[in-house]
Design a binder for this molecule. Structure first.
Ligand code: PLP
Length: 242
Protein backbone atom coordinates (compact mmCIF):
# COMPACT_ATOMS: atom_id res chain seq x y z
CA UNK A 1 0.00 0.00 0.00
CA UNK A 2 1.44 3.33 -0.98
CA UNK A 3 0.11 6.77 -0.21
CA UNK A 4 -2.06 6.87 -3.31
CA UNK A 5 -3.64 3.48 -2.63
CA UNK A 6 -4.53 4.45 0.89
CA UNK A 7 -5.83 7.84 -0.23
CA UNK A 8 -8.12 6.19 -2.79
CA UNK A 9 -9.43 3.63 -0.31
CA UNK A 10 -9.90 6.28 2.33
CA UNK A 11 -11.98 8.41 -0.02
CA UNK A 12 -14.17 5.40 -0.84
CA UNK A 13 -14.64 4.37 2.77
CA UNK A 14 -15.41 7.96 3.82
CA UNK A 15 -18.00 8.19 1.08
CA UNK A 16 -19.62 4.93 2.16
CA UNK A 17 -19.70 6.10 5.78
CA UNK A 18 -21.35 9.35 4.68
CA UNK A 19 -23.89 7.47 2.55
CA UNK A 20 -24.74 5.05 5.37
CA UNK A 21 -25.13 7.96 7.78
CA UNK A 22 -27.39 9.86 5.43
CA UNK A 23 -29.51 6.78 4.77
CA UNK A 24 -30.01 6.49 8.52
CA UNK A 25 -30.83 10.19 8.92
CA UNK A 26 -27.58 10.83 10.74
CA UNK A 27 -24.75 13.30 10.23
CA UNK A 28 -21.50 11.76 8.93
CA UNK A 29 -19.52 13.69 11.57
CA UNK A 30 -21.28 11.67 14.30
CA UNK A 31 -19.16 8.72 13.22
CA UNK A 32 -15.46 8.36 14.01
CA UNK A 33 -13.46 6.28 11.58
CA UNK A 34 -10.80 4.27 13.37
CA UNK A 35 -8.16 2.94 10.96
CA UNK A 36 -7.08 -0.49 12.20
CA UNK A 37 -3.42 -0.85 11.20
CA UNK A 38 -2.77 -4.27 12.79
CA UNK A 39 -0.16 -6.41 11.01
CA UNK A 40 0.72 -3.52 8.70
CA UNK A 41 4.02 -1.67 8.96
CA UNK A 42 4.45 1.54 10.93
CA UNK A 43 4.57 3.51 7.66
CA UNK A 44 0.94 2.61 7.00
CA UNK A 45 -0.07 4.25 10.27
CA UNK A 46 2.05 7.31 9.42
CA UNK A 47 0.51 7.59 5.96
CA UNK A 48 -3.04 7.16 7.22
CA UNK A 49 -2.52 9.85 9.84
CA UNK A 50 -0.98 12.19 7.27
CA UNK A 51 -4.03 11.62 5.05
CA UNK A 52 -6.36 12.69 7.85
CA UNK A 53 -7.19 9.50 9.74
CA UNK A 54 -6.83 10.99 13.22
CA UNK A 55 -7.92 7.80 15.01
CA UNK A 56 -5.88 4.62 14.67
CA UNK A 57 -6.24 1.23 16.32
CA UNK A 58 -4.31 -1.94 17.08
CA UNK A 59 -5.29 -5.23 18.68
CA UNK A 60 -1.95 -6.14 20.27
CA UNK A 61 -0.24 -4.21 23.00
CA UNK A 62 3.31 -4.53 21.62
CA UNK A 63 2.27 -3.23 18.19
CA UNK A 64 0.18 -0.47 19.71
CA UNK A 65 3.15 0.76 21.73
CA UNK A 66 5.45 0.87 18.69
CA UNK A 67 3.00 2.62 16.39
CA UNK A 68 1.78 5.03 19.05
CA UNK A 69 5.38 6.15 19.54
CA UNK A 70 5.74 6.66 15.79
CA UNK A 71 2.44 8.55 15.42
CA UNK A 72 1.99 10.22 18.79
CA UNK A 73 -0.54 12.82 17.71
CA UNK A 74 -3.14 10.30 16.59
CA UNK A 75 -5.77 9.17 19.04
CA UNK A 76 -4.94 5.51 19.54
CA UNK A 77 -7.46 2.77 20.26
CA UNK A 78 -6.69 -0.60 21.83
CA UNK A 79 -9.34 -2.88 20.32
CA UNK A 80 -7.99 -6.36 21.06
CA UNK A 81 -8.33 -8.52 24.14
CA UNK A 82 -6.18 -7.16 26.93
CA UNK A 83 -4.29 -9.19 29.49
CA UNK A 84 -3.89 -7.67 32.90
CA UNK A 85 -0.11 -8.00 32.87
CA UNK A 86 0.06 -5.86 29.70
CA UNK A 87 -2.41 -3.19 30.75
CA UNK A 88 0.24 -0.88 32.17
CA UNK A 89 1.78 -0.37 28.72
CA UNK A 90 -1.51 0.83 27.26
CA UNK A 91 -2.75 3.15 30.00
CA UNK A 92 -1.79 6.77 29.35
CA UNK A 93 -5.06 8.62 29.81
CA UNK A 94 -5.44 9.19 26.05
CA UNK A 95 -5.46 5.79 24.38
CA UNK A 96 -9.03 4.52 24.26
CA UNK A 97 -9.33 0.94 25.53
CA UNK A 98 -12.29 -0.80 23.84
CA UNK A 99 -11.88 -4.21 25.44
CA UNK A 100 -12.59 -3.87 29.14
CA UNK A 101 -14.78 -6.86 29.88
CA UNK A 102 -14.29 -8.04 33.48
CA UNK A 103 -13.90 -6.61 36.95
CA UNK A 104 -10.33 -7.81 37.41
CA UNK A 105 -9.30 -5.92 34.28
CA UNK A 106 -11.27 -2.86 35.33
CA UNK A 107 -9.38 -2.88 38.64
CA UNK A 108 -6.00 -3.28 36.98
CA UNK A 109 -6.57 -0.51 34.44
CA UNK A 110 -7.81 1.79 37.18
CA UNK A 111 -4.77 1.06 39.33
CA UNK A 112 -2.33 1.88 36.52
CA UNK A 113 -4.28 5.02 35.69
CA UNK A 114 -4.11 6.09 39.34
CA UNK A 115 -0.36 5.46 39.42
CA UNK A 116 0.05 7.59 36.29
CA UNK A 117 -2.34 10.26 37.67
CA UNK A 118 -4.56 10.09 34.59
CA UNK A 119 -8.21 9.42 33.88
CA UNK A 120 -8.37 6.52 31.47
CA UNK A 121 -11.11 6.36 28.81
CA UNK A 122 -12.54 2.87 28.34
CA UNK A 123 -15.37 1.11 26.59
CA UNK A 124 -16.97 -1.98 28.02
CA UNK A 125 -16.83 -4.81 25.49
CA UNK A 126 -19.97 -6.93 25.29
CA UNK A 127 -20.13 -10.37 23.72
CA UNK A 128 -23.55 -9.91 22.16
CA UNK A 129 -23.43 -13.16 20.21
CA UNK A 130 -22.20 -15.30 23.15
CA UNK A 131 -19.33 -16.31 20.87
CA UNK A 132 -16.75 -18.32 22.82
CA UNK A 133 -14.06 -17.08 20.40
CA UNK A 134 -14.70 -13.44 21.29
CA UNK A 135 -13.94 -11.29 24.28
CA UNK A 136 -16.60 -9.30 26.05
CA UNK A 137 -18.86 -9.70 29.04
CA UNK A 138 -22.27 -11.35 28.71
CA UNK A 139 -25.11 -8.97 27.83
CA UNK A 140 -26.69 -9.63 31.23
CA UNK A 141 -23.55 -8.38 33.05
CA UNK A 142 -22.88 -5.25 31.01
CA UNK A 143 -24.91 -2.85 33.13
CA UNK A 144 -23.23 -4.00 36.34
CA UNK A 145 -19.77 -3.80 34.83
CA UNK A 146 -20.38 -0.24 33.65
CA UNK A 147 -21.61 0.66 37.13
CA UNK A 148 -18.57 -0.95 38.72
CA UNK A 149 -16.12 0.86 36.42
CA UNK A 150 -18.00 4.13 36.72
CA UNK A 151 -17.43 4.19 40.47
CA UNK A 152 -13.65 4.00 40.15
CA UNK A 153 -11.84 7.31 40.31
CA UNK A 154 -9.40 6.97 37.44
CA UNK A 155 -11.69 5.51 34.79
CA UNK A 156 -14.12 7.18 32.44
CA UNK A 157 -16.53 4.80 30.73
CA UNK A 158 -17.35 6.41 27.41
CA UNK A 159 -19.23 3.65 25.62
CA UNK A 160 -19.79 0.03 24.66
CA UNK A 161 -18.04 -2.08 22.06
CA UNK A 162 -18.88 -5.35 20.35
CA UNK A 163 -17.63 -7.74 17.71
CA UNK A 164 -20.43 -10.00 16.44
CA UNK A 165 -19.70 -13.67 15.63
CA UNK A 166 -18.43 -14.43 12.13
CA UNK A 167 -21.42 -15.28 9.96
CA UNK A 168 -21.81 -18.89 8.89
CA UNK A 169 -20.89 -19.94 5.36
CA UNK A 170 -23.09 -18.27 2.79
CA UNK A 171 -24.55 -15.80 5.26
CA UNK A 172 -24.13 -12.18 4.44
CA UNK A 173 -21.98 -10.50 7.10
CA UNK A 174 -23.99 -7.32 7.37
CA UNK A 175 -27.35 -9.08 7.64
CA UNK A 176 -26.03 -11.54 10.22
CA UNK A 177 -24.52 -8.76 12.31
CA UNK A 178 -27.44 -6.30 12.31
CA UNK A 179 -29.41 -7.85 15.21
CA UNK A 180 -26.25 -7.93 17.34
CA UNK A 181 -25.65 -4.25 16.62
CA UNK A 182 -29.25 -3.51 17.60
CA UNK A 183 -28.72 -5.37 20.89
CA UNK A 184 -25.66 -3.26 21.73
CA UNK A 185 -27.54 -0.10 20.88
CA UNK A 186 -30.45 -0.84 23.20
CA UNK A 187 -27.98 -1.78 25.90
CA UNK A 188 -26.20 1.56 25.42
CA UNK A 189 -29.53 3.41 25.52
CA UNK A 190 -30.44 1.71 28.81
CA UNK A 191 -27.03 2.33 30.37
CA UNK A 192 -27.00 5.92 29.11
CA UNK A 193 -30.14 6.75 31.11
CA UNK A 194 -28.19 6.10 34.30
CA UNK A 195 -24.73 7.15 33.06
CA UNK A 196 -25.04 10.00 30.55
CA UNK A 197 -21.32 9.93 29.73
CA UNK A 198 -21.70 6.47 28.19
CA UNK A 199 -22.48 7.51 24.63
CA UNK A 200 -20.13 5.74 22.23
CA UNK A 201 -21.08 2.63 20.27
CA UNK A 202 -17.96 1.00 18.83
CA UNK A 203 -19.25 -1.48 16.26
CA UNK A 204 -18.78 -2.23 12.59
CA UNK A 205 -15.75 -3.47 10.65
CA UNK A 206 -14.91 -3.70 6.93
CA UNK A 207 -17.67 -6.18 6.07
CA UNK A 208 -20.50 -4.66 8.07
CA UNK A 209 -19.86 -1.01 8.94
CA UNK A 210 -22.83 0.28 6.95
CA UNK A 211 -25.16 -2.00 8.95
CA UNK A 212 -23.52 -0.81 12.17
CA UNK A 213 -24.04 2.83 11.21
CA UNK A 214 -27.69 2.08 10.47
CA UNK A 215 -27.96 0.75 14.03
CA UNK A 216 -26.28 3.80 15.56
CA UNK A 217 -22.51 3.14 15.57
CA UNK A 218 -20.46 6.18 16.60
CA UNK A 219 -17.08 4.48 16.05
CA UNK A 220 -16.34 2.10 13.19
CA UNK A 221 -13.13 0.07 13.22
CA UNK A 222 -11.91 -0.52 9.68
CA UNK A 223 -8.78 -2.38 8.63
CA UNK A 224 -9.03 -4.37 5.40
CA UNK A 225 -11.06 -1.85 3.41
CA UNK A 226 -8.48 0.85 4.12
CA UNK A 227 -5.18 -0.99 4.15
CA UNK A 228 -5.72 -4.23 2.22
CA UNK A 229 -5.61 -7.78 3.49
CA UNK A 230 -3.44 -8.65 6.40
CA UNK A 231 -0.27 -10.73 6.29
CA UNK A 232 0.39 -13.32 8.93
CA UNK A 233 3.88 -14.02 10.26
CA UNK A 234 4.41 -16.81 7.72
CA UNK A 235 3.47 -14.55 4.82
CA UNK A 236 0.03 -16.05 4.24
CA UNK A 237 -2.88 -13.72 3.75
CA UNK A 238 -4.96 -13.75 6.91
CA UNK A 239 -8.52 -13.94 5.65
CA UNK A 240 -10.94 -12.37 8.07
CA UNK A 241 -8.52 -12.75 10.94
CA UNK A 242 -10.01 -11.14 13.96
C1 PLP B 1 -9.03 -6.46 13.01
C2 PLP B 1 -10.09 -5.78 13.76
C3 PLP B 1 -10.93 -4.86 13.12
C4 PLP B 1 -10.84 -4.52 11.64
O1 PLP B 1 -11.25 -5.61 10.87
P1 PLP B 1 -11.46 -5.47 9.28
O2 PLP B 1 -12.44 -6.53 8.96
O3 PLP B 1 -10.13 -5.71 8.65
O4 PLP B 1 -11.96 -4.11 9.00
C5 PLP B 1 -11.89 -4.24 13.90
N1 PLP B 1 -12.02 -4.50 15.22
C6 PLP B 1 -11.23 -5.38 15.86
C7 PLP B 1 -11.43 -5.62 17.31
C8 PLP B 1 -10.24 -6.05 15.15
O5 PLP B 1 -9.46 -6.93 15.79
Amino acid sequence: MNREDIATRLAQVSQRIAAAAQAAGRRPDEITLIGITKTHPVEVAELAYALGVADLGENRVADLVIKRRAVPNATWHMVGQLQRNKARDVVDGRTVIHSVDRRSLVDTVNRHAAEASVTQPVLVQVNVGDDPAKGGCPVADAHDLVAYAHDLRNLRVVGLMTMPPLPGPGAEAARAAAPHFATLRSLRDAVNERYPEVTELSMGMSADFAAAIAEGATMVRIGTELFGSRRTADGQTAKGAR
